[in-house]
Design a protein around this ligand. Structure first.
Ligand SMILES: *Cc1c(COP(=O)(O)O)cnc(C)c1O
Length: 338
């Protein structure tokens, strides 16, 4: 049997830069971003701050660095932070929230909806000011969309309620918005509607938007001034980074097209369900399948030229710009024929 051309549904990070991105990168106006400011990075930072409705933003090479910078600034050693089960800051950043930012993690269950704790759970976990020997809780991290829960969306109202509960308990709030664009498109709202007055927000241009590199961490001017120092400490000060930011600017033009990825994920989930798979009903571009033996299933899928990843004990499929509706039909055809 001839090998089937692989269809890569492992992540929305596997996209290759488009011709338009490569052209923009080649033509990018650049400067030394550590000394003064690279003009293209500055344009990207200003545009993202505006999209998020916050005063300022800072470019970082990765989303993990953006999250780490925010947690480093929000937490003092030994302070506790709250995050929903499966959050990227808990499970996918090698524990840096604890051993670099110094935070004691407290996992919040998804008692409101998949991926989402309730305001009451936030209030209960935050507690109140205790005696001097009590651990202090000072930060709530939220994630929208929530990756490990299957790309689920926290709606505007629910986000505002979580924020209000955190504020009432005296907590700061960091929003991991790696896929905030997906949430905004799914809800038909502006990204800024899902931010509100959080203390910081991290967003990726290298996920569904398809830039090869780059995230931004955003907040107040004071926050970003300090964030720039922490980025430098972590080795994230790049010089002529405008070459990378140029692709990010092109990527931002593609927010609306994420609706296609969401439609493809829905088609994939329907097709898998028709074949007898137990799958989530995707709200955005991620489909999770419950299988008895994820490694064995992934191996079998790879044999059919269908690439996926393990996630929270399940198999995760992610649709993205480099996967077409025809590719999704082909995935269903291959699995049906096997
Ligand atoms: C991918 C991701 C990040 C960080 O991404 P990098 O791979 O470090 O750029 C942060 N949060 C969530 C929810 C993610 O999916």
């Amino acid at each position: 049997m001839a090998t089937l051309a692989p269809i890569d549904l492992r992540s929305d990070t596997v996209t290759k830069p488009t011709e338009k991105m490569r052209a923009a990168m080649a033509a990018a106006e650049v400067g030394d971003n550590v000394l003064d400011h690279d003009p293209t990075i500055r344009r990207l930072e200003e545009r993202v701050a505006e999209l998020l409705g916050v005063p300022a933003a800072l470019w970082t090479p990765s989303g993990s660095m953006g999250n780490l910078i925010a947690l480093t600034l929000h937490l003092r050693r030994g302070e506790r932070f709250l995050a929903p089960r499966g959050a990227h800051v808990l499970d996918h950043e090698l524990g840096t929230a604890a051993w670099l930012a110094g935070g004691m993690p407290e996992v919040l269950d998804w008692d409101a909806a998949p991926g989402r704790p309730s305001p009451a759970a936030v209030r209960a976990a935050a507690g109140g000011p205790g005696p001097y020997y009590a651990l202090r809780t000072t930060l709530l991290c939220v994630e929208n969309t929530h990756n490990a829960a299957g790309g689920v969306v926290t709606p505007v109202e629910a986000h505002a309620e979580l924020l209000a509960a955190a504020r009432a308990a005296g907590l700061r709030v960091h929003l991991d918005g790696a896929r905030i664009w997906h949430a905004a498109v799914a809800l038909g709202v502006k990204p800024s509607a899902l931010v509100g007055d959080v203390d910081s927000v991290q967003v990726c241009t290298s996920k569904g938007l398809g830039a090869p590199v780059g995230s931004l961490v955003a907040g107040s001017v004071e926050f970003v001034t300090e964030a720039r120092r922490v980025r430098q400490m972590l080795g994230g000060g790049v010089r002529q980074g405008g070459v990378l930011a140029a692709a990010g600017l092109v990527a931002l033009d593609g927010i609306d097209r994420l609706a296609e990825d969401h439609a493809n994920a829905a088609t994939l989930a329907d097709g898998l369900r028709d074949l007898g798979w137990r799958v989530t009903r995707p709200e955005t571009n991620i489909v999770l399948a419950e299988v008895a033996d994820p490694p064995a299933t992934l191996h079998r899928l790879a044999g059919l030229g269908v690439l996926a990843t393990p996630m929270s004990g399940r198999v995760r499929f992610v649709t993205h710009r480099d996967v077409t509706a025809a590719d999704v039909r082909e995935v269903i055809r291959r699995l049906g024929a096997a």
